[in-house]
Design a protein around this ligand. Structure first.
Ligand SMILES: [Zn+2]
Length: 68
């Protein structure tokens, strides 16, 4: 118990909150939006939410879903 790492309360709160969350997330430290692709689970990053949607659509169409 003595060597146990004390988790940052805010970090664990955020991690807990978004544990099962699949939508876009905002990273306050990197100032970036990110989300995991629903198909291949790859992480996608963008500077804003609009770009994230564009990148995600491009990714699913051209990369993992091969033009569905
Ligand atoms: Zn994908």
């Amino acid at each position: 118990m003595l060597n146990m790492e004390i988790p940052d309360p805010f970090a664990s709160f955020v991690a807990d909150k978004y544990k099962n969350f699949k939508g876009p997330k905002y990273d306050y430290i990197a100032k970036e939006w990110s989300m995991n692709c629903g198909c291949c689970d790859e992480e996608i990053f963008a500077g804003n939410r609009k770009m994230l949607t564009k990148i995600r659509l491009y990714h699913t169409r051209n990369e993992c879903c091969g033009g569905y």
